[in-house]
Design a protein around this ligand. Structure first.
Ligand code: UD1
Length: 426
């Protein structure tokens, strides 16, 4: 299993690789499984999740649940989560601090126990990430918050369904309010919710637990129920495939050339990405089994602008930027979701990329070839994007900080080796 910050084997060494070829399996979605694990807190009993990626963020979420009194057993990409009747409703700082997504335990704890205490998450490498929308949305259902000693304490004698208006379709705020509303009294209408595929997965999972959630146009309608129970399925609830992991391999094919089949990748979940890649001359075909990407020769540049789903995900952006560094022409990249998410661009510049940034824009002028250099991964996706760039760079690229990449990737190196890349970890 991948362990964070082990201090060992923290460097991935990529060499220039020729055309990639073969098949790679796309695992379960990090950004979905973490929320499904939190949703289990809504009902006492045994929950089973399948297609769970072996990544260190899942390990951290297991630790968080265990700290609250839950028993988690993990084997063969399955999690068996035994949620007791009585639980500790506090999420401690040393865990929340290591994974911001832990804030999603707030909604389920409030819904089930009427109280929760969660350490305030800190910032991360792409700037401060406030949770004001989470709190405002939960307040409209009747929760009361106070902060002291770095913790947010929440209480709710009763949660009552109402109209919840999100001023922005925040993924985390949508998840938190959704998980609170499923056990509130009456109907909650969430206006302007996030609509990412991972939200759809959470809705399905909650409905299998007995919740009543549906789409009313582009709003989420939640009819609160008194009790939820673990989803009944002998094989466990299957987490959807990770579209960002898929994007990583699509970018690798784009940069190195070749033809690779991404088994289990869902084209529908990444329609906008596929359009963009097609514009850049990556040829993509898909069927129910997965997605095939083929690329020959130099890619064309394109402009990229990140938006909430169904727009181009901000998490795809580092891969698109890597691809633009060697494409022909100039691509203008606009980040609309997170300000300051351009830090890895300094690393790409060390590899000879021609990129100018101004505010939330980056202008990427394609060069024929990058040159390998020592670089550092500061977060999961940016780290993986440097690895992908390294596969197309002359010589050797050493990506330090590989444990950041382990947070969201199971065996990235072996999977790349499996499709012919020259890459190792040391
Ligand atoms: C999730 C994903 C992350 C992805 C992001 C956007 C997980 C674990 N992470 O993060 O990989 O990049 O969606 O697709 O699923 N905001 C506020 N106040 C709030 C909440 C958010 O101002 O209360 C702002 C954020 O600072 C950011 C924007 O809204 O600028 C989007 O954030 P949000 O959609 O909430 O992202 P996360 O759920 O944190």
């Amino acid at each position: 299993m991948n362990e964070p910050d082990s201090g060992e084997l923290d460097t991935i060494v990529a060499q220039r690789s020729s055309a990639l070829d073969g098949e790679v399996h796309i695992g379960g979605a990090k950004n979905s499984v973490l929320k499904l694990m939190a949703a289990c807190l809504l009902a006492e009993g045994r929950h089973v999740l399948a297609n769970v990626p072996d990544i260190s963020d899942v390990t951290l979420m297991c630790e968080l649940l265990e700290a609250m009194g839950v028993t988690v057993t993990r084997a063969d990409h399955r999690l068996v989560i035994d949620v007791p009747e009585e639980m500790d409703t506090a999420a401690p700082y040393h865990l929340v601090e290591r994974m911001r997504a832990s804030i999603v335990v707030l909604g389920p704890l409030l819904a089930r126990f009427g109280k929760a205490r969660v350490a305030l998450p800190g910032g991360d490498d792409f700037g401060p990430r406030p949770i004001d929308m989470h709190l405002r949305a939960l307040e409209s259902l009747g929760a009361v918050f106070s902060t002291a000693h770095g913790d947010i304490s929440a209480t709710a004698e009763v949660l009552t369904g109402t109209d919840v208006v999100l001023e922005y379709p925040s993924v985390g705020a949508t998840e938190n309010v959704l998980m609170a509303a499923v056990r509130a009294k009456g109907r909650t209408l969430i206006h302007n919710p996030a609509r990412e595929p991972e939200i759809g997965d959470l809705v399905n999972f909650l409905n299998q637990m007995g919740a009543q959630v549906g789409w009313a146009g582009d709003r989420l309608a939640v009819d609160g129920v008194e009790r939820l129970a673990p989803a009944r399925s002998t094989d466990g609830y299957r987490v959807i495939p990770d579209r960002i992991e898929a994007a990583t391999f699509l970018a690798a094919v784009g940069m190195c050339g070749g033809s690779v089949f991404l088994r289990d990748a869902v084209a529908d979940h990444m329609a906008m990405l596929i359009r963009k890649l097609t514009e850049m001359d990556v040829h993509i075909v898909s069927d129910a089994a997965g997605v095939r990407a083929t690329a020959t020769g130099r890619l064309s540049s394109a402009d990229v602008s990140t938006l909430p789903y169904p727009g181009l995900a901000t998490d795809y952006k580092p891969f698109l930027v890597s691809m633009l560094t060697t494409a022909s022409g100039v691509g203008i990249v606009t980040e609309n979701i997170f300000t300051g998410r351009f830090r890895y661009i300094d690393e790409l510049r060390r590899m000879g990329a021609d990129i100018r940034t101004e505010g939330h824009h980056a202008v990427v002028r394609g060069t024929e070839r990058l040159s390998g250099a020592p670089v550092r991964a500061h977060d999961i996706r940016a780290g993986a994007a440097l690895v992908v760039a390294g596969l197309a760079a002359e010589g050797e690229t050493e990506v330090a900080g590989a444990t950041h990449i382990d947070r969201g990737y199971e065996d990235l190196v072996s999977k790349l080796v499996g499709i012919g890349a020259t890459i190792t970890r040391r």
